[in-house]
Design a protein around this ligand. Structure first.
Ligand code: PRP
Ligand code: URA
Length: 209
C-alpha cells in the first residue's frame, strides 16, 4: 500500500523494542520504559527536518556556525499520549506541552473530546502530536483539527503503532501532516483494535487492565 508523508523507523533496535512492548507478559514498568525509549527514537528521527536558524558562536578556539530551532510544543492525546511525554522531553527539554483529552466511543469508534489545554503561543512553532496508537485515525485527525484551529501550520504525528486505515485517513484529511511510526501493522479487527498491535495502550501504560 502506498502512503504519503508516512515515515516508518527502519532500525533493528526499534524492531526489537516494538517486539518487547507487544508481548502480553511485559510488565507495567517495562511497558512504560519501552514507550519512553521508542518516543525518544521517534522524536529524534522526526526532528531531522526541523528548520534551523544559523548564528555565530565562539568555541574556545574560533568562531563558527551554531544551529538552533524555533519553539516546539508536544501535544499529548490523553490518556495514552502522556506516556510518550517523558521520552519527547528527553530530546527537547525546553519544549512546551499541551494536552488534548479524548477517548473512543467503543461502539461508534468516534473520538469524544473532554479536555483541551494548549500553550497560548502554540502557533509560533512546530507541533508534535503524541499518540501511541493510530487505529481508525479518528482521534489523531480530531487532535490535528484542534491544533490547526489554534493557527498551527507545522504538525507532525509521532505514533508507536499505526494501522493502514488510520494512515489513510490522516493522508486524506490532512495531506500536509507527517507521521513517524515505530511500526506499520496489518489491519484493524472488528472492534477497531490494531492487529497484531499491543492491546489497549492507555490501560497498559496506566496499569488499568
Ligand atoms: C486510544 C489511543 C488513541 C486512540 C486510537 O485511546 O491512545 O488515542 O485510541 O484510536 P483511533 O485511531 O481509532 O481513534 P483510547 O480511546 O483508548 O483512550 P485512552 O488513551 O484514554 O485509553
Ligand atoms: N487504541 C488502543 O489503545 N489500541 C488499539 O489497538 C486501538 C486503539
Amino acid at each position: 500500500m502506498k502512503f504519503s508523508n508516512f515515515y516508518l523507523l527502519d532500525n533493528s533496535l526499534v524492531k526489537n523494542k516494538v517486539s518487547l512492548i507487544r508481548d502480553k507478559n511485559c510488565s507495567v514498568s517495562q511497558f512504560r520504559n519501552l514507550v519512553k525509549d521508542l518516543s525518544i527514537f521517534l522524536c529524534y528521527e522526526a526532528c531531522k527536518d526541523l528548520k534551523l536558524e544559523v548564528s555565530k558562536i565562539e568555541t574556545p578556539l574560533e568562531e563558527t556556525d551554531g544551529f538552533s530551532f524555533g519553539p516546539i510544543c508536544f501535544v499529548a492525546v490523553l490518556r495514552a499520549g502522556l506516556g510518550m511525554v517523558p521520552g519527547a522531553l528527553e530530546c527537547v527539554p525546553d519544549a512546551s506541552v499541551g494536552n488534548i483529552g479524548m477517548f473512543r466511543n467503543e461502539e461508534t469508534l468516534r473520538p469524544v473530546r473532554y479536555y483541551c489545554n494548549l500553550p497560548k503561543n502554540i502557533s509560533k512553532g512546530h507541533v508534535f502530536i503524541l499518540d501511541p496508537m493510530l487505529a481508525t485515525g479518528g482521534s489523531i485527525c480530531d487532535a490535528i483539527d484542534v491544533v490547526k484551529e489554534h493557527n498551527v501550520t507545522d504538525v507532525t504525528c509521532l505514533c508507536l503503532i499505526s494501522a493502514p486505515e488510520g494512515i489513510k485517513k490522516v493522508n486524506e484529511k490532512h495531506p500536509d501532516v507527517k507521521i513517524y511510526s515505530a511500526s506499520l501493522d496489518r489491519e484493524l479487527n472488528s472492534k477497531g483494535y490494531i492487529m497484531p498491535g499491543l492491546g489497549d495502550a492507555g490501560d497498559r501504560i496506566f496499569g488499568t487492565l
